[in-house]
Ligand binder design. Structure first.
Ligand code: UDX
Length: 445
């Protein structure tokens, strides 16, 4: 089989590389010449564990190619994935200009039957628009080449994307012909060996599945953040409550960790887009509206705790921040709660010294030199009045608290990810604040 993947962003690059890994001939296409040149040299535009080695290996094996020339690469392809960006417009709805532009170019250049698959997260109804763009382009050429469109949403988690792709919980494909179903089955066969199901459905349902999945997960998080906040008020412990409810299989143990709000490229964007789609169609997504506003408020929870601890006197305080990316194992700073927290601290006249294992370069795009970037996690603590845990990178989990107490000016920790044991820290003389976990009975004198 021969496939093309258009767009070498996060989704496109992982998709293309993983298909090459199982022996399929893949060309990844992007209009950005610099990106393609870098990829040829093995330099990736994103950080994703294991991806660089996999790209290098498959390029060397001659199965993975990179090009800026869609017109050439599309010729003779069995399947073309559209994995370009769908940036949110002013009103939160997904902007489809790149997706439809690619569809048009495919229609202008395809030479034989192929399935054109939307892989970017696109609103319900987009595949139909893609079909029309291609059909119109073919008509302009006076060509009658047959084609199908399909919708194949991705469920990759950043930081675990390769594993998610190679060993998926399920693969969802929306199709409207048996021929397309047969092609997609053949393409995904190597990934289904361990009993992972491929679920075929109509195209709008596949498009909706992606939004429904992300919205459900975002709902779990906002719900738990609400519960955690209430636990604090009522003297309950969210860790206990989490265990208590998670053991009910209908609720489950995953994705019920409270924190400082969800971020990243998917949840915030998809929740907004689904609210918008509903609105445009005369329906109000009341639960999701609440999910969104809880999340906005939750990004400020850690900052509010800092303010309260220092009695509102933040001017001149030096705050150390561990973790900038929206979650560990990624350098992605999109919608990262760190940005909101740091902005608020700076506005109060604090200075901020931050450390993140991989996201500091990325963070500089939005934070510039408004903060200092430490060369390691301990350096960030020197003379700081408090430490904020913003991202739960593994290396922050068991630090040397004794060394830390010598570096910090004040032994105060605000833990936005509940990674430490409150009793242990308080016994070591720290003032420890976290999210919804009972600490009052350990409060230092
Ligand atoms: C998510 C979906 O998991 C994936 O299926 C989809 O394709 C894209 O969006 P991703 O954005 O990479 O993936 O991150 P994920 O690991 O799901 O975490 C999302 C956010 O939720 C992070 O900000 C994380 O910190 C937060 N989160 C997650 C919590 O606050 N609590 C939890 O229990 C789980």
């Amino acid at each position: 089989m021969k496939i093309a993947v258009v767009g070498t962003g996060y989704v496109g690059l992982v998709t293309g590389t993983c298909f090459a890994e199982v022996g399929i001939d893949v060309t990844c296409i992007d209009i950005d010449q610099r990106k393609i040149d870098n990829l040829h040299k093995g330099i990736l535009p994103i950080y994703e564990p294991g991806l660089e080695e996999m790209v290098t290996r498959n390029v060397a094996a001659g199965r993975l190619h990179f090009s800026t020339k869609l017109a050439e690469a599309i010729k003779g392809c069995d399947v073309a994935f559209i994995a370009v960006g769908t940036p949110p417009g002013e009103d939160g709805s997904a902007d489809l200009k790149y997706v439809l532009g690619v569809a048009r170019e495919i229609g202008e250049n395809m030479t034989s039957y192929g399935v054109i698959v939307t892989k970017s997260t696109v609103p319900v109804g987009t595949a139909a628009k893609v079909r029309k763009e291609i059909a119109d382009a073919l008509a302009r050429r006076n060509e009658t080449i047959e084609f199908d469109v399909a919708s194949n949403p991705e469920f990759l988690k950043e930081g675990a994307a390769i594993d998610d792709f190679l060993k998926p919980d399920r693969i969802v494909v929306g199709v409207s012909s048996e021929r397309a179903e047969e092609v997609m089955s053949r393409l995904y066969k190597p990934f289904l060996l361990n009993g992972h199901p491929i679920i075929f459905m109509d195209i709008p349902s596949a498009e909706m599945t992606k939004y429904a999945a992300n919205s459900m997960l975002a709902t779990k998080i906002s719900f738990m953040n609400d519960i955690a906040n209430l636990c604090e008020i009522m003297g309950a412990d969210v860790n206990m409550v989490r265990k208590g409810i998670g053991s009910d299989a209908r609720i489950g143990t995953k994705f019920i960790y409270p924190g400082i709000g969800y971020g990243g490229s998917c949840f915030p964007k998809d929740v907004k887009a689904l609210i918008k789609t509903a609105e445009e169609n005369g329906y109000q997504m009341q639960v999701l509206q609440a999910v969104e506003s809880v999340n906005e408020a939750q990004k400020e929870v850690l900052y509010n705790k800092v303010r309260k601890h220092f009695g509102g006197e933040l001017s001149g305080k030096k705050i150390a921040v561990w973790g900038l990316s929206f979650k560990p194992k990624t350098d992605d700073m999109r919608e990262a709660p760190s940005l909101v927290i740091i902005e608020k601290l700076l506005a109060e006249g604090c200075t901020v010294s931050a450390y993140d294992p991989v996201a500091m370069e990325e963070a500089k795009h939005s934070l510039g030199d408004t903060i200092t970037y430490a060369k390691d996690q301990m350096e960030a603590l020197i003379d700081a009045d408090a430490l904020l845990i913003v991202t739960e990178w593994p290396e922050f989990r068991v630090p040397n608290f004794e060394v830390m107490s010598r570096l910090l000016k004040q032994k105060v920790i605000f833990d936005g990810r509940n990674i430490y044991d409150a009793a242990e820290l308080q016994a070591a003389g720290y003032a420890y604040h976290c999210i919804g976990v009972k600490t009052a009975h350990h409060e230092p004198a």
